[in-house]
Design a protein around this ligand. Structure first.
Ligand SMILES: Cc1ncc(COP(=O)(O)O)c(C=O)c1O
Length: 446
């Protein structure tokens, strides 16, 4: 029998009387039929308050690279909690975590710790402007860099206002944003190196930095086309711009050296979040000595009461040690498991006549469903995705999968954790078979 969610419904009703809109992050309202309330997790499994069990590929929006509640992590946090959770001062732990990052990521010559990747992005922008004396940041359509005013310009431009292909609009999805913020950005399309060259040329000498998700996980899991990352590096070197790699999702998921090690490039600054803290509020800015110089000199301010708090540091040290200990087995193992899951889902889709085309490198991937009549072939950028992906049909299928105990990120992203094994992929596919059958029997296009 498909799952039901009576207790989550009840809690959601109650929450709306004390929490604005009933959730603490807007995106959580997307979960249908109701934002779920969770009771506990273990490895790749999570249970909601109705007792429903899920094979989890949502993984705390990707932060739980190590699975739910790994025993060593709980011990590391508990041991530190007994010694103290907050000093707003220095500790040997912070040096230990910084040194681990230096060993794992060649471009991480210096680091600074924060509580969320959103904050780190803002620090990186301030630093890039301080470093270059320039105002503009070049970013790409569909890339997400946190929820602040500066992180969301051009992220999810609606099709009727997104401008022509050469001039993507600088729109912000939120009200209340300082209008001048929009003028501080150049928005370019992803995966078109020649277009990028033209955008840089148009604003030559005014751009402080280029920021990007190395794999566009927040829109369809789009890997960079060959030559794109090298073009960004070349343009940054040529014009004195900083190359900012936002590895909030890819960091440590793509191996100890992150996506920059996996794809072979060296950014000036790196944003690290999610997996660096394993689910604690921990994030870091990493950079070369030259790029970090204005922070080192105290000319660019970076501060925060909770920065580098010992509880998060103890968790992070444990997480980084897990990744380092795996050596070359990571990301190979999760990549193999992810590809098995992608293949299995593709097979089910074929069997039930659903035009699903999972896309991505495997350790993380996106389940695209082509709209009726849409062209075949990999999705290339944000516009292509909006035009060809059938979001309504995916929403219906996602709910059917959820009701069978398979949970992906609401918009269609799947992540594999270090706790997943082949038996979990087998079970997820067995359950998905039931989800696909019900989807095929009940889906009705609008
Ligand atoms: C690529 C990227 N950058 C930045 C952020 C912001 O991270 P946080 O929500 O921890 O502030 C996210 C969050 O999903 C992200 O995916």
């Amino acid at each position: 029998m498909p799952y039901t969610f009576a207790r989550s419904q009840e809690l959601f009703q109650r929450a709306q009387r004390s929490i604005a809109a009933g959730v603490n992050s807007g995106i959580r309202k997307m979960e249908a039929p109701v934002p779920l309330y969770f009771a506990r997790g273990s490895g790749p499994n999570v249970w909601d308050v109705d007792g429903n069990h899920y094979l989890d590929f949502q993984l705390g929006q990707g932060a739980l690279l190590y699975g739910h509640a790994p025993a060593g992590f709980a011990d590391a946090l508990a041991a530190q909690a007994r010694l103290g959770t907050h000093w707003a001062a220095q500790s040997e732990l912070e040096v230990e975590v910084a040194e681990r990052l230096q060993r794992m990521i060649p471009s991480a010559e210096l680091v600074r710790f924060s509580n969320s990747a959103t904050e780190v992005v803002l620090t990186a922008f301030r630093l890039a402007r301080g470093h270059t004396g320039r105002r503009l940041i070049l970013r790409f359509e569909g890339h997400y860099h946190g929820w602040a005013d500066e992180g969301l310009v051009g992220f999810a431009n609606p099709a009727d206002r997104w401008g022509d292909d050469e001039h993507p609009a600088r729109l912000h999805p939120s009200k209340g944003v300082i209008p001048e913020v929009l003028d501080q950005f150049v928005v370019a399309r992803w995966n078109d190196p020649e277009h990028l060259r033209r955008k840089v040329e148009e604003h030559r000498g005014q751009i402080a930095a280029i920021i990007f998700e190395p794999v566009l996980c927040n829109t369809c899991c789009l890997e960079p086309v060959p030559g794109l990352l090298a073009t960004i590096r070349e343009l940054c070197d040529r014009d004195g711009m900083l190359m900012i790699s936002d590895e909030t999702i890819t960091g440590f998921r793509f191996g100890a050296g992150c996506a920059q090690g996996y794809y072979g490039y060296r950014p000036d600054l790196t944003v690290l979040g999610k997996a660096i803290g394993g689910g604690t509020p921990f994030a870091a800015l990493a950079g070369t000595r030259a790029a970090m110089a204005k922070i080192t000199a105290g000319e660019v301010i970076h501060a925060g009461t909770l920065n580098g708090n010992p509880l998060c540091l103890a968790g992070s040290r444990w997480c980084l040690d897990q990744v380092a200990a795996l050596g070359t087995a990571h990301p190979a193992t999760i990549q193999r498991l992810g590809r098995r899951l992608m293949d299995g889902l593709s097979g089910l889709a074929r069997q039930h006549g659903v035009a699903m085309r999972p896309q991505g490198p495997g350790l993380v991937f996106h389940t695209v469903i082509l709209k009726p009549g849409a062209a075949e072939g990999p999705i290339r950028d944000y516009r292509d995705y909006v035009k060809r992906h059938d979001a309504a049909r995916w929403g219906h299928l996602r709910r059917c999968l959820l009701e069978e105990g398979v949970r992906a990120i609401e918009r269609g992203l799947w992540s594999i954790s270090l706790a997943h094994r082949d038996v979990d992929i087998d079970e997820a596919l067995d359950r998905s078979a039931r989800g696909f059958a019900r989807h095929a029997a009940t889906w009705q296009p609008a």
